[in-house]
Design a protein around this ligand. Structure first.
Ligand SMILES: [Zn+2]
Length: 287
């Protein structure tokens, strides 16, 4: 169920459009005579049309500018890629050099997180009472751990996305929707979060560089044969790692089959996949 967003519980955020802010000598001037010294994470590519000043869960303030996007085209590679998301491997692709193993970022953090969450539970304020200092401290610590994991995930995702987008003209991706977020084990939740971050990074990177990213509906991708298109009667159990087609006899690793199904469904030619151009195994050594 969606949770109601309460104004007093929400983090502070301020929006300014063109008339409400001004940049001068690297400083941000806001309406009402407020001047902020900004630590720039990068140059602004063009004049911003608006800015959002907000505080995150760690108490850090950010200024986020809206600028007109510009595509930075990359040279054509004549290669295409199919991507299937999973638990063991965040991304299994039609090119062995572009598979992304699950980075396990949440693993060490999970223990710490559990500890702070226990502290929060112990120090939980009674209904209608303000939170104690101890509770607020534990909450801040938990938020910090959480944020760190999220940043590590994003970093891994962006690096992978950059490589994938550089090496392929068109990419067919499973349009994954988190299935396990509110249920089952920590492993599944972590895998879901990693897939979410990676998919976001890939779409963003594809748009930035003018590549063709096609989202494929995830239904039956584990049941179809990438070679002949036949569908098995039952979904493969998760433990079954090999796909064997009863119609044409094709045998392939389960996730590789799914990745190829993505290509076929997106209308891309599987002949453009595997070992073409810079996608070869040599690149993997250098990466
Ligand atoms: Zn087949």
């Amino acid at each position: 169920m969606p949770r109601i967003k309460r104004k007093r519980a929400a983090l502070p955020t301020l929006n300014y459009t063109r008339r409400g802010f001004r940049l001068k000598d690297g400083r941000l001037h806001l309406a009402g005579g407020i001047v902020l010294t900004v630590v720039w994470s990068r140059e602004l590519p063009s004049d911003p049309t608006s800015v959002r000043v907000y505080r995150d869960s760690l108490g850090h303030w950010y200024a986020s500018f809206v600028v007109a996007g510009e595509t930075q085209p990359l040279r054509a590679t004549d290669a295409v890629l199919g991507v299937d998301w999973g638990v063991r491997e965040t991304a299994t692709t039609t090119s062995d050099a572009h598979d992304l193993p699950h980075a396990q970022h949440g693993k060490t953090a999970a223990q710490k997180l559990a500890r702070y969450q226990r502290m929060m539970a112990r120090r939980k304020p009674a209904k209608g009472q303000p939170a104690s200092r101890g509770y607020r401290q534990a909450r801040a610590q938990a938020a910090k751990v959480y944020k760190k994991v999220a940043r590590q995930r994003q970093d891994t995702a962006r690096k992978w996305a950059k490589r994938v987008v550089r090496d392929h003209d068109a990419i067919a991706v499973e349009d994954f929707r988190p299935r396990f977020l509110s249920k089952t084990t920590m492993i599944r939740k972590a895998a879901d979060a990693a897939i979410g971050a990676t998919k976001r990074a890939l779409i963003e990177m594809g748009r930035k560089h003018g590549r063709d990213i096609r989202l494929v509906h995830p239904a039956h991708t584990t049941m179809d044969c990438a070679t002949c298109g036949a569908r098995t009667k039952h979904a493969l159990p998760l433990a079954e790692r090999t796909y064997t087609c009863t119609a044409c006899g094709a045998i392939s690793p389960r996730d590789k089959n799914s990745a190829r199904v993505m290509l076929v469904r997106a209308g891309l030619d599987p002949a453009g996949a595997e070992g073409v151009g810079p996608a070869g195994p040599l690149v993997r050594e250098a990466a």
